[in-house]
Design a protein around this ligand. Structure first.
Ligand SMILES: CC(C)(COP(=O)(O)OP(=O)(O)OC[C@H]1O[C@@H](n2cnc3c(N)ncnc32)[C@H](O)[C@@H]1OP(=O)(O)O)[C@@H](O)C(=O)NCCC(=O)NCCS
Length: 203
């Protein structure tokens, strides 16, 4: 549960809004960095825990990725759940967003929603990408550490681009936790930075 781009004229208004939200804690507020609502949310008991960067690019012109040696892509099936959970933990446990979500995150039940593609080396699940189509919003992306820098995420993004284009979309968008590797990766693939946000979590 996340409250996106909350607007409130003062703390009392924010508190009234929060009281009316039909959600149990913990949940998130996401606002643009520097938005006055962030300070109010802190006063209302929300703690900042991550900053994110919005990356976006047009699908047109995105080069098709070379297949990484020995890696194949499959559509995710919930029967892969245990292997998925392990890969997700290995890939994402360093991220504040993953820590806040806790294990399991819920994506293991994600087959059939959007485009959910996984990268396999033999029977091992080594990477994953969950994309909302046709919007092209990439919600979840990761590659296990010992399989990085081999082009696996490039393959996953190419696949997300194909699925999005097939569904009628034109762009890819990802709000990623702000890390040097995410900036390096999306920069290398020609994504542009389109703003930063602060995530705060209720206690
Ligand atoms: C970001 C991430 C998905 C990249 O996966 P990957 O499979 O290693 O990426 P690729 O091998 O396809 O990299 C493609 C290009 O991106 C750039 N790149 C990727 N990771 C980089 C890094 N750590 N430092 C510098 N450049 C990097 C390089 O230009 C690379 O090409 P090259 O290896 O030929 O130089 C992976 O590091 C990861 O899972 N990180 C943790 C989770 C995360 O941040 N997810 C995104 C937000 S939820």
């Amino acid at each position: 549960m996340r409250l996106e781009n909350v607007r409130a004229r003062d703390l009392a208004a924010l508190q009234a809004l929060i009281a009316a939200v039909p959600a149990e804690a913990p949940y998130d507020i996401a606002v643009e960095r520097g938005d006055p609502v962030a300070a109010m949310a802190r006063e209302a008991g929300f703690a900042p825990y991550a900053t994110t960067v919005m990356f976006a690019r047009a699908i047109e012109g995105l080069p098709e990725a070379e297949p990484a040696d020995g890696v194949r892509l499959l559509t995710y099936d919930n029967a892969m759940g245990d292997r998925y959970d392990d890969a997700e933990f290995d890939a994402l446990h360093g991220l504040a967003i993953y820590k806040a979500m806790g294990r399991p995150t819920g994506y293991r039940q994600g087959a059939g929603f959007g485009d959910f593609t996984v990268a396999m080396r033999g029977d091992r699940l080594i990477g994953f990408c969950f994309t909302q189509v046709p919007e092209g919003i990439i919600w979840w992306l990761g590659v296990v550490p010992d399989e990085r820098r081999k082009g696996v995420a490039r393959m996953l993004i190419s696949s997300a681009a194909r699925a999005t284009r097939t569904a009628g979309g034109t762009h890819l968008l990802m709000e990623s936790e702000d890390t040097p590797e995410a900036r390096a990766f999306f920069g290398a693939l020609g994504f542009r930075e389109r703003g930063t946000r602060e995530l705060l979590i209720s206690s």
